[in-house]
Ligand binder design. Structure first.
Ligand code: TXA
Ligand code: MG
Length: 339
């Protein structure tokens, strides 16, 4: 397939919208990560997303809108707590799992009777969705299993020749995927942590929001996932990773005994003090910065030609919980605790 590279000029954004409207697929920027977009109402177009990403068919897509008016009851039902959360956090990095309407084909939601709805704040994303004139299905625009893309270059590396267009809207400001919250039970349940936190959702709904156990633990063998995406290994570079908890001094000492071919992913300023090659992903006390840099760092560690990477664990609170969750999965839940 021939892929074209588009800019974020108004005419290019309109062209991307036209491609989506007419059944094509395009990688588009959002404030979280780049998404691979298609007309959510067109089963043939949606099937192209699964093919281009190599995504398992039982992993449902989320549907993006650019105006609240686009969220008609035949797409999804928005009421009660969900309506309050929409008022507080949309447009922004929050995906709500809602009762699904009749207009969406089964392939978009993998046959579930619920659908994830997201209203991105990114201006270019909104222009593209408006130009498409339809709800837009979009998973992250990476090859399934690899780190999510936060620049157009990441999309080019993964999807060139597999999609109709890639729109360059610069680096994503948030850098980790949206918070996914299940809104079909009596209390909201966080299925995937993101920039909108459980505390913030609790404050708006007045309810004790739970975080699914699978956010911090591997899924037990044979169990059915609430969110099908949770059962797949995710965000993983090709090199193997270990997440390391504890202070920097113990980290440095631990690495002195690390086998040949080891490297490290650490916080800004720490790399100069280690016995192995190291990359950084933001300042230790700045989780927003870590979120914005983590996926690019995971892609860059692959280019270092190392056998194993030890990663300094971030503080697992606020948006840091999202960063911790992605690293935990990239490390296939391999964690060591020093100190
Ligand atoms: O920030 C984001 O959410 C990005 C940008 C492009 O918008 N999109 C994204 O999509 O991360 P994706 O497909 O990579 O992740 C969506 C997650 C998957 O883990 C999927 O299994 C889950 O949401 N999901 C989708 N629909 C669901 C549903 N009806 N019930 C439970 N989980 C669902
Ligand atoms: Mg994804």
């Amino acid at each position: 397939m021939e892929t074209i590279l588009l800019s974020d000029s108004m005419s290019d954004l309109k062209q991307a919208g036209e491609i989506i409207k007419s059944g094509g697929i395009a990688a588009i920027p959002t404030e979280t990560v780049y998404g691979l977009a298609a007309n959510a109402l067109n089963p043939d177009a949606v099937s192209k997303i699964f093919a281009a990403k190599g995504r398992p068919q039982d992993n449902p897509l989320i549907v993006h809108i650019a105006d609240l008016e686009a969220l008609t009851p035949d797409i999804a039902q928005l009421s009660g707590d969900a309506l309050r959360l929409a008022g507080a956090f949309w447009p922004g990095p929050l995906t709500m799992i809602l009762p699904k309407g009749t207009a969406l084909p089964d392939i978009t939601t993998s046959g579930l009777d619920s659908v994830g709805i997201r209203f991105p704040s990114h201006q270019a994303a909104r222009e593209i969705i408006r130009a498409a004139g339809v709800p837009v299905a979009a998973p992250s625009a990476n090859i399934s299993g690899s780190p999510s893309p936060t620049t157009a270059k990441h999309c080019v590396n993964d999807l060139w020749g597999r999609v109709d267009a890639i729109v360059d809207g610069g680096p994503c400001s948030v850098g980790v995927e949206s918070t996914v919250v299940l809104m079909t039970e009596s209390t909201p349940l966080i299925l995937r942590p993101g920039a909108v936190t459980a505390e913030e959702i609790s404050r708006v709904t007045g309810k004790a929001v739970k975080v699914d156990s699978r956010v911090m633990e591997p899924m037990p063998e044979g169990e059915r996932a609430v969110s099908p995406g949770m059962k797949y290994r995710h965000y993983a570079p090709k090199v193997s990773l270990t997440l390391v908890k504890g202070g920097f001094k113990s980290f440095g000492e631990y690495l002195l005994k690390a086998p040949e071919g080891s490297g490290a992913l650490v916080f800004e300023g720490e790399d100069a003090y280690l016995s192995v090659s190291a990359l950084t992903y933001g300042r230790r006390e700045n989780p927003d910065e870590q979120a914005a840099l983590i996926f690019d760092a995971l892609r860059r560690v692959d280019e270092m030609g190392l056998k194993h990477i030890y990663v300094r664990a971030p503080e697992a609170s606020g948006v840091g919980l999202a960063v911790y969750n992605r690293l935990l999965r990239a490390a296939s839940f391999e964690v060591i605790e020093l100190d």
